[in-house]
Every structure is written in structure tokens, then in C-alpha cells.
Design a protein. Structure first.
Length: 269
């Protein structure tokens, strides 16, 4: 069995049921934000899980009041204006999404609070996504000054339709757990106090089912996502291009100063 805690020290792990691995974003003091090292580990771990013969299902959740607040400012500032880091991050961002899509184990997300950015990638791409009522899903890329990347283009229109996807991605408005359930962004919304047990029960059901049937069903359905690969690749490339511009600097600064951004009004596009 893989020693996940040693190999991926930026994440926490336990085994809440037989053949069920639970991955926990574990920086509650920062609402489980993702730094560069965590982003790399979250990308690579799915290859090990795919090959782990002792694991049949995975739960992903967050410690404390948040699922994951997404990339922290240090990660964003390390990318901004740095061409080599932008190239590395583009590859890693693509690998994160494709590694989740191609992982043969059933993934369940228990979205227990705010979910954004890289953390939201796992929450939304999970095969079964379960949100608590206090969940708050948001893609804030345009508010930050970059195009909506991560997994938005590959799956949001498929889940909730193009009109809703455009509205929430362009406005960066948050989606509550109940609204996410209503529009199809998540599999279900449950009471916050029931979220953990329902996620464990669901993972146990997946872990004890016919593994060949479940994994082949997942593989077949995920061909909808694979055929959207060129759309996704373009979106992440354009997101990374934005990190070479000035708007993202203003976006980060406005977040730090807790004010509305003052982006440039003209654009050559």
C-alpha cells in the first residue's frame, strides 16, 4: 500500500471505510488554500491512486469550515510575469484535470464550505459531488484578471448548461450548495451535519460494487470530457497568458486591499 502521508505531506489522509481513502485539504487557518507544493502533490496523487490495488474509492474534503479556497496569493504571485513558471503551471494545471479524469477509481467530493480554484477542480470533477448547504462554489478567475481556466471550460457547460456557465463564470458570483444542486453543478446537496456520513456511505457503496462495471462506466462517461479536451487546453493556455499581463497584478492587489479592482478599460482584442 502506498504511504500517502509520507509521499504527499501537504495533504492529510485517513481510511474511513474498507478500501476507501479520504484526502483532506488540511490548512484550515487559510481556508485550505493551495500553495505551489500542494498543487503539485494534488496533481500527482491521482496516478498513484489509479495504480493502488488496495483502494476502490476516494473521498476528498476539507478540514474545518472550507473545502478549499483555491490558489493562495503566494502561488499566484510566483506565476505572474514569470514565463518559465507559467509554462510549468500550464502543464501541471492540465495534468491535474486529466489525471482526475483518467483515474480509474470512483472519486466522491464532500464539499463542506467555500470551494474555489484548484480545490474546486477536484470538487467539481469528482464522479459524485456532494455539497453541504454551507458550500459556496465560485470561479473567481476574471475577478482576478485572468481567463476562467482550471476545469471550467471542460465541465461547467456540461453540468449546468452554457447560459448558467457563462453567467457564473463571467460574473464570478458564488453558488450556494442548494443552488448548485438545483442547476446541476453537483450531484446532490445535503444537510451540513450529514455530509460526512453520506460521503462515507456513498464511497462504501462504490468500494463494494462491481469494480469493473463501475470503472468502465466512469471511463465511458468521461469520454464526454475527453472530447472537450481542445476547449479545455485553450482555456488554460489563455488563463496562463493572463498571468503575463498587468490585470492580474491589479486583481491580486485589490484582493489584498479588499476593494474593487481597477482594471484597464481598453483592450486590443
Amino acid at each position: 500500500m502506498t504511504d500517502y502521508a509520507t509521499k504527499y505531506p501537504k495533504l492529510s489522509f485517513d481510511y474511513p471505510a474498507d478500501r476507501v481513502l479520504r484526502i483532506i485539504f488540511d490548512r484550515p487557518e487559510t481556508y485550505n488554500s493551495v500553495d505551489a507544493e500542494t498543487h503539485t502533490q494534488m496533481t500527482d496523487i491521482w496516478i498513484d491512486i489509479d495504480r493502488d490495488q488496495d483502494i476502490n474509492a476516494v473521498i476528498v474534503t476539507g478540514r474545518g469550515k472550507a473545502f478549499s479556497a483555491g490558489g493562495d496569493f503566494s502561488l499566484i504571485e510566483g506565476i505572474t510575469g514569470n514565463f518559465d513558471t507559467v509554462m510549468k503551471t500550464w502543464k501541471e494545471a492540465k495534468d491535474l484535470v486529466y489525471n482526475i479524469i483518467n483515474c480509474n477509481k470512483i472519486i466522491i467530493s464532500a464539499i463542506n464550505g467555500p470551494a474555489a480554484g484548484a480545490g474546486l477542480v477536484v470538487g467539481i470533477l469528482a464522479d459524485i459531488s456532494i455539497a453541504g448547504k454551507r458550500a459556496k462554489i465560485v470561479d473567481g478567475h476574471p475577478r482576478l484578471g485572468v481567463a476562467a481556466g482550471d476545469c471550467a471550460a471542460i465541465i461547467w457547460p456540461l453540468l449546468c448548461g452554457m447560459a448558467k456557465a457563462k453567467y457564473y463564470l463571467l460574473t464570478c458570483k458564488p453558488i450556494t450548495g442548494e443552488e448548485a444542486d438545483r442547476i446541476g453543478m453537483v450531484s446532490m446537496c445535503v444537510e451540513d451535519d450529514d455530509l460526512e456520513q453520506i460521503s462515507i456511505d456513498t464511497a462504501t457503496e462504490m468500494a463494494t460494487g462491481s469494480q469493473s462495471a463501475l470503472r468502465w462506466t466512469k471511463y465511458s462517461l468521461n469520454n464526454w470530457l475527453r472530447q472537450a479536451g481542445p476547449i479545455f487546453d485553450a482555456s488554460t493556455a489563455l488563463e496562463m497568458l493572463g498571468f503575463m499581463g498587468d490585470d492580474v497584478k491589479e486583481g491580486v492587489l485589490s484582493h489584498r486591499e479588499k476593494r474593487a479592482p481597477n482594471f484597464r478599460k481598453d483592450c486590443p482584442l
